[in-house]
Design a protein around this ligand. Structure first.
Ligand SMILES: *Cc1c(COP(=O)(O)O)cnc(C)c1O
Length: 368
C-alpha cells in the first residue's frame, strides 16, 4: 500500500456492525477493575488508555516498530535520555540540533554525570566522536539550519562501537524519512509539528526497533506521568489521516517558495534539502522520501528580517512549524542557535502557492 492509503487506514480497529471507524476518545482516570489487576485490560489512566492504543498502533504501522505516545515532543525526547543514559555514559549530540534537547542534555543529564559530546550535523562530523559512546543522537534535517547527515552510515558506525542510535525525525515525519529502516534504534518526533499539523495540540512519540526497549520507554512514561490527554490523541489520530495530503502540498509549496527565494537578490544562504543545488541534497535524496515543509534563508540584518515578517499578510509570524498555516520567524530572537540576526525559518503550509509567493514578494519589496 502507498502512503496516502496507509495513513487513512492506520490504527483503525476491525470494528463490528454499528461501530464508528475511529472510536471516540475514552475519558477515564479509572476503570472497572475488580480482583487481580493482571486480568483486567484497563485499570488506571496513567497506565493505559484505548485511545492511545489505537494511535500507537497507527504510528507503529508507519514507523515499522512498537510506538509509545507522549504528551509532547520533549516528553518523548527525555524518555529516551532517561531510559538509556546513566552516570558515566557518553551521549554524542549534534551541536546544531533542536535547542531544548541540547539544553536538557547539557543541563540536567550532564549534572547527573552523563558526558555530552557535540559535533555538527553536516559532513557526518559526529562519526569522529563515537568511541565509548552509549547513545548517538541525530537530527536530520537539523533544526533550524537544515543540515543533513548520512543516517545509515552513522548508525552502522555507532553499532560497531556498541552505541544505540536515536533520530529526531520531527521535521520530515515518518512519511518523509524512516529512521528505523535506516538502522536507528529509536525514532522520536514532536508530533506537535507536521505529523498532526493544525497548530492546535502538543504531542510526541518514540518508536523502537527492539520491543524490549518499548517496555522500558513505556515504564518511563508510566512512572514520570508524561501522558497525553485522550482528546488530543484522538485529534492527532484524526489528523494523521490527512498527513499524506498535507505533506504533498506542503513539500510542493516549500520547493516552489525556495525556487522563488533563490531568484531574489536580497536573500542569501537559502537552504532547502529538496533543492537540487542545496549542499544537503545528495545525502537527503538517498534517505528521504519527501523533503519536508521547512526552509531557511537570511536577510541583510535584524531590521530587514523584522520588516519582512511584519509586511507579510498570509505568513503568520510564529514559532513552531509543519502546520497547514504557513509560518515564519526570525529565529535569533530566541538565542541559543549559531545563526545570523537576519536568519528566517519558514514553514510552508497548505495555502495556494501563488498566493504565498505573491505575499512573500510584496513583503520582500516592502522590507527594502
Ligand atoms: C518542537 C521540537 C521538539 C520538541 O517538541 P515539543 O512538542 O515542543 O515538546 C523536539 N525536536 C524538534 C526537532 C522539534 O522541532
Amino acid at each position: 500500500m502507498r502512503d496516502a492509503t496507509r495513513v487513512i487506514r492506520a490504527g483503525l480497529p476491525k470494528g463490528s456492525q454499528g461501530d464508528p471507524f475511529l472510536p471516540g476518545p475514552t475519558f477515564a482516570a479509572t476503570y472497572h477493575a475488580a480482583g487481580d489487576p493482571a486480568s483486567v485490560p484497563h485499570t488506571y489512566g496513567r497506565f493505559h488508555n484505548p485511545t492511545w492504543t489505537h494511535f500507537e498502533q497507527a504510528l507503529s504501522e508507519l514507523e515499522g516498530g512498537p510506538t509509545i505516545v507522549f504528551a509532547s515532543g520533549m516528553a518523548a525526547v527525555s524518555a529516551i535520555f532517561g531510559a538509556v543514559l546513566r552516570q558515566g555514559d557518553v551521549v554524542v549530540m549534534p551541536s546544531d540540533s533542536y535547542y531544548t534537547g541540547r539544553v536538557l542534555a547539557n543541563g540536567y543529564f550532564a549534572q547527573m554525570g552523563v558526558q555530552v559530546r557535540a559535533a555538527l550535523t553536516a559532513g557526518n562530523a559526529q562519526l569522529a566522536q563515537l568511541n565509548g559512546a552509549k547513545l548517538l543522537w541525530l537530527e536530520s534535517p537539523s533544526n533550524p539550519g537544515l543540515e543533513v547527515c548520512d543516517i545509515a552510515a552513522l548508525a552502522e558506525a555507532a553499532h560497531n562501537v556498541g552505541a544505540l542510535v536515536a533520530v529526531d525525525n520531527t521535521t520530515p515525519t515518518v512519511l518523509g524519512q524512516r529512521p528505523l529502516a535506516l538502522g536507528a534504534d529509536f525514532s522520536v518526533a514532536s508530533d506537535t509539528k507536521a505529523l498532526t499539523g493544525h497548530s492546535d495540540l502538543l504531542m510526541g512519540h518514540v518508536a523502537v526497533h527492539d520491543p524490549a526497549w518499548a517496555d522500558r520507554i513505556r515504564l518511563w512514561r508510566t512512572q514520570i506521568g508524561a501522558i497525553p490527554g485522550p482528546m488530543e490523541v484522538w485529534l492527532a489520530h484524526r489528523s494523521l489521516a490527512t498527513l499524506e495530503l498535507r505533506l504533498t502540498r506542503q513539500c510542493h509549496n516549500a520547493l516552489a517558495i525556495a525556487q522563488f527565494l533563490a531568484r531574489r537578490s536580497e536573500v542569501t544562504s537559502l537552504r532547502y534539502p529538496g533543492l537540487p543545488d542545496d549542499p544537503a541534497y545528495f545525502v537527503a535524496a538517498q534517505q528521504m522520501q519527501r523533503y519536508g515543509p521547512v526552509l531557511s534563508f537570511v536577510l541583510k540584518d535584524r531590521t530587514a528580517a523584522e520588516n519582512f515578517l511584519s509586511a507579510c499578510q498570509l505568513v503568520h509570524e510564529a514559532t513552531s512549524f509543519g502546520s497547514i498555516h504557513t509560518t515564519a520567524e526570525r529565529r535569533a530572537r530566541w538565542g541559543g542557535d549559531a545563526i545570523p540576526e537576519g536568519f528566517i525559518r519558514l514553514s510552508a503550509g497548505c495555502e495556494d502557492v501563488d498566493d504565498l509567493i505573491a505575499d512573500l514578494a510584496q513583503a520582500l519589496d516592502a522590507a527594502h
